[in-house]
Design a protein around this ligand. Sequence first.
Ligand SMILES: [Zn+2]
Length: 161
Amino acid sequence: MMKDLSKSCPVCGMAAKKQSLKMDYHQLTYHFCSTQCQETFLQHPELYSGGYPHHHNPVYKNHRITLSNVPKDPAKIRDHLQKMKGIKEVTLKGNSLNVEYDVLQTNLQQIMKNLDSLNCPVKSGLWGRMKTSWTIYTEKNELDNLSRGDAPCCNRPPPKG
Ligand SMILES: [Zn+2]
């Protein structure tokens, strides 16, 4: 028998209710609240396998993304992104989108996938593509470093009053 971890999502800490979203890793069973969190886990399982909240403090990133067109329904795009795990703030002006997110819970790749599904892809000029792949690369490196444990951890700032 495998040991069952408490049924909170190891990535975001929310209750994981869907029975189907689970996987075994190093002899433990993990339950996820969403496919997004499962994907995040799979990219760096060693980061989350201690279970929430044993992983690190949020690592917020801020990115400006240029969309290929001005969305007809900007509120829909904003709402959709804000429902993703780890998204802190979304501002959208014309086709310029600014997102702030916790790279431990989501990443640019997932955000871009969501934008694609909303028919609002990122503008695909050469410079845009280079910037995007560079960002995805540095985010991956950052998580690699975190999972090796050579980044500061547990210096949680005092909660906002
Ligand atoms: Zn989750």
